[in-house]
Write a protein that binds this ligand. Structure first.
Ligand code: SF4
Length: 592
């Protein structure tokens, strides 16, 4: 049937309507049929009430002095340092406590059904904190007026894209309607501030947060390396607490670099003041030693904790979803404490890996989409000017991201070096992609993407752990996908001990008992490895202990002893090193 631009056709009810295209006619017929069927079935149609983002109350510069910025979601170490960074920029702030089971229940009560586990925990945690303020005597309007919450946002593709809406919904349902949620976007760049904004998300803000996160990662890593071998119980935690106070002060006292005095007024006239200030801030970041000096002091304090590296412990690498592998509470069944109590050494995952992953993925996307703009605009490949312009644009964007990659890595490793050079270096993203891609398409975004699979292979194959424990939240979409891929990984790499644990608000005993079983296997592997090494080097543990007792530097956590191919455990690697030193000293004595 051909239709003129405006055509009159009869309706099922016998009337006439004007139709301008075939599609419209089909739509019309479908709608009529739907109505008829609904009428037959007695279905009454009601307009849907979708949740709409409420109109946000503003957080303005003038409110800064009486407004506290709340934040959370990482470890207490990261948060303490972020607290210092925000204070140095002149903000009043407070970190939320580690989410507990009550937070999980509140998240379920006030949020949507069918969310992933971290959503319940983090959303409920904010509600729990606000309810706590109310119990202490503050009224709801006072709380809404004096507090704001800041969190990271993204456009998905997993439920991370829904966090902001979930916070707002739960706040409304729990009676804190109008409570302000501020967002910094994952892909939003270095300047997300609005004029007169209460929180200026500018270069100083991002540098402060990144430095705090890097330092948090490194100190966290170091503490988990020392604690299992400490000679005096609880000494690591005591020193860690002192060191965190020291670093918090260092963060708080660091003032953002600014163009001052004559230079500022001189450059102001030329219009280059903004660029010069940006450049100055970067150079100050790259060559300043405010943080590294504090880390050197922390290094010395940690180094005074006596350790016994002859203890044989299985090394357990933690992977999984970002939040589940980071939090240190009910959100992952207090898994790190449990593992340490069971005699394991925990290899925690730094936030830095995820930041590098984000940069890596952004670069990948630019490469994949190169030239697509030309096709979209119907530009011929012979239009050389346009083709060149498009190429140049892609190359410039790639160069910026490569610079970000290099700078981030450099700064991270500078801090690692300042803190005794025992924290792990950032894992190479290109290698992770190479290892993970055959099992999990590295272009599939959301959550940790191919990282979960890739880290499992990387740590097991490079003799960096005896066992990999993947913490996967209940209801996590990307983790469910990678679970399927892990079966293929495990059947390819038959020697690895890999255990995925689904974290939720309940079921601790069940989860712990499953981990215990896998850990039993890892313990046997660690013991056999030590036995094999001792036989090969022809030395006993008692002889090593005696030698170490005469060499106090070998009892220090920052002492370097190397890592041998095919040897995973600390005790086994340390034994090989000690045996080599014993041999050298024996030869020296004979020579004398
Ligand atoms: S990665 Fe999984 S747990 Fe994390 S936000 Fe996305 S869906 Fe939720």
């Amino acid at each position: 049937m051909s239709l003129s631009p405006i055509h009159e056709v009869p309706t099922v009810g016998g009337g006439l309507i004007q139709i301008s295209s075939k599609e419209e006619l089909i739509r019309q017929r479908l709608e009529e049929e739907r109505r008829r069927l609904e009428k037959e079935a007695g279905i009454e149609r009601r307009p849907s009430q979708h949740f709409h983002k409420p109109i946000e109350n503003l957080f303005t510069k003038s409110q800064r002095d009486h407004t506290t910025i709340l934040f959370g979601g990482l470890t207490w170490k990261h948060e303490k340092l972020i607290h210092g960074a925000l204070e140095s920029l002149g903000y009043k702030c407070e970190a939320l406590p580690v989410p507990n089971k009550k937070a999980f229940q509140l998240g379920k009560e006030y949020g949507n059904n069918g969310q992933c586990n971290p959503t319940y925990f983090t959303v409920g945690n904010l509600v729990e904190f606000l309810q706590g303020l109310e119990e202490k005597g503050m009224s709801k309007p006072e709380i809404v007026d004096r507090y704001v919450f800041i969190t990271a946002g993204a456009c998905g593709p997993c439920r991370f894209g829904m966090y902001e809406a979930e916070y707002r919904l739960a706040l409304r349902n729990s009676g804190f309607d109008g409570f302000r949620v501020l967002l910094f976007q994952q892909g939003g760049g270095l300047n997300q501030s609005e004029a007169e904004a209460g929180l200026e998300m500018n270069l100083d803000f991002f540098l402060g947060i990144l430095n705090a996160m890097n330092m948090g990662d490194i100190i966290n890593d170091v503490a988990y390396q020392i604690r299992p071998y400490e000679v005096n119980p609880d000494e690591t935690d005591r020193v860690l607490e002192e060191c965190m106070n020291l670093l918090h002060e260092a963060m708080r006292e660091k003032q953002p670099w600014t163009l001052e005095g004559k230079l500022n007024s001189l450059l102001g006239k030329t219009g280059f003041a903004g660029t010069a200030e940006y450049l100055g801030k970067f150079l100050n970041q790259l060559y300043g030693n405010d943080y590294t000096a504090a880390l050197l002091e922390v290094r010395n304090r940690f180094n005074a904790i006596p350790v016994d590296r002859t203890r044989v412990k299985p090394l357990v690498k933690i992977t999984g979803e970002f939040w589940a592998q980071t939090t240190e509470g009910d959100g992952n069944f207090n898994m790190f404490k449990f593992l340490e109590r069971e005699g394991a050494q925990v290899l925690v995952e730094p936030v830095g890996t995820w930041i590098m992953y984000m940069i890596h993925q952004a670069k990948q996307q630019i490469k994949d989409e190169q030239g697509l703009d030309l096709i979209q605009q119907g530009i011929s490949k012979w239009n050389l000017a346009k083709v060149f312009g498009s190429q140049l644009n892609s190359q410039q964007n790639l160069a910026k991201l490569t610079a970000a990659e290099v700078i981030f890595k450099r700064e991270y490793h500078r801090m690692v070096a300042a803190l005794g050079d025992i924290a792990h270096h950032l894992t190479d993203q290109y290698e992770l992609q190479r290892l993970g891609h055959p099992f999990y398409n590295s272009r599939a975004g959301g959550g940790e993407g191919h990282l979960e699979v890739a880290k499992n292979i990387y740590y097991s194959n490079k003799d960096l752990c005896h066992m990999v424990l993947s913490l996967k939240p209940f209801g996590c979409m990307p983790s469910t996908q990678s679970d399927g891929a892990q079966s293929a990984v495990v059947s390819t790499y038959k020697d690895m001990i890999f255990i995925p644990i689904e974290t939720s608000g309940e079921g601790d005993v069940n989860a712990h008992s499953r981990v215990q079983m896998a850990l039993g296997e890892a313990k046997v592997r660690a013991k056999n490895e030590m036995k094999r090494v001792l036989e090969e080097i022809g030395v006993t543990v008692e002889e090593i202990k005696e030698f170490v007792a005469d060499h106090p530097e070998m009892q220090q956590p920052m002492y370097k002893y190397g890592h041998r191919k095919g040897v995973v455990g600390v005790a086994a690697n340390f034994a090989i090193h000690a045996a080599e030193r014993m041999k050298v000293e024996r030869h020296a004595m004979v020579a004398v």
